[in-house]
Write a protein that binds this ligand. Sequence first.
Ligand code: C5P
Length: 225
Amino acid sequence: MKHTDIPVITIDGPSGAGKGTISLRLAKHLDWHTLDSGAMYRVLALAANRYNVPLENESALANLATHLEIYFKPLPDLSATQVILDGQNVSQDLRSEVSGAAASKIAVLPAVRRALLIRQRDFCQAPGLVAEGRDMGTVVFPEAHKKFFLTASCEERAHRRYKQLIDSGINARLSDIIRDITERDKRDSTRAKAPLIAADDAHVIDTTGVSIETVVACILKKVAL
Ligand code: C5P
C-alpha cells in the first residue's frame, strides 16, 4: 500500500495548544496510530546528552537520529504513549522544560530534521495515522487527508503546561514556563527550515477557553465530512 493511500490527520501548533491530548483522543476514537514528533526531537536531545554529543554538532546529531533505538509504546488504555530509549522508559525525563528547550535547539538543524523526517514517515501505517507536531501538515505529510492547526493564548498554554508538570510530579514555576514558551515559540516560528506555520489547507482552531472534548468533537465532525 502506498503511503498516500493511508489516511493521515495532522495536528500542528505551538507548545501547550493541546495537540498531545487531542491526538491521543482522536487516535483512540478512530483506532489509528499516533505520532508524537516532538517526542522524537526531545528523545534525540536526551540521547545526545547521554552520549556526549554536543547540541551544535549537526552531522553527529543527524547520525544519532538515524540510528537511535527508539520505541513508542502506547499504554493499554491509549491515554499516553511511553517512550523507550535503548530499552529504558524515558517518558518522564522527556516532559521537563529543559528537555523541550534542548529539543527546540536541535530542531533548527536541517540535517537533523531530514533524518527524523524519514523516521516520522515510517509511522504512516494502516488503518491510519494521527500525527502531531510543528510541520506535520506542511513538510512531513503534505498530502494528509485533513490538517488542523491548534492555537491558544500564551497564558493559557503556560497554565496548561504548568498543571501537566505539577500533576506528573515535576516541580515548575509559572513565570519560567511563560518565558520558556515565549522563547520556544519565537525559535520555532522564525527558523529557516520547517518553521511553525499553519498549512494553507489547515483548519485553524483557537482552543483558548475551549474544552478538549469540544475540540475533539469539532475535529471529528470535519474528518467525517
Ligand atoms: O511538541 P513538543 O513540545 O514536544 O516539541 C518539542 C520541540 O521539538 C518543539 O519546541 C520544536 O522545536 C520541536 N519540534 C519540531 N517539529 C516537530 C515537533 C517538534 O521542530 N514536528
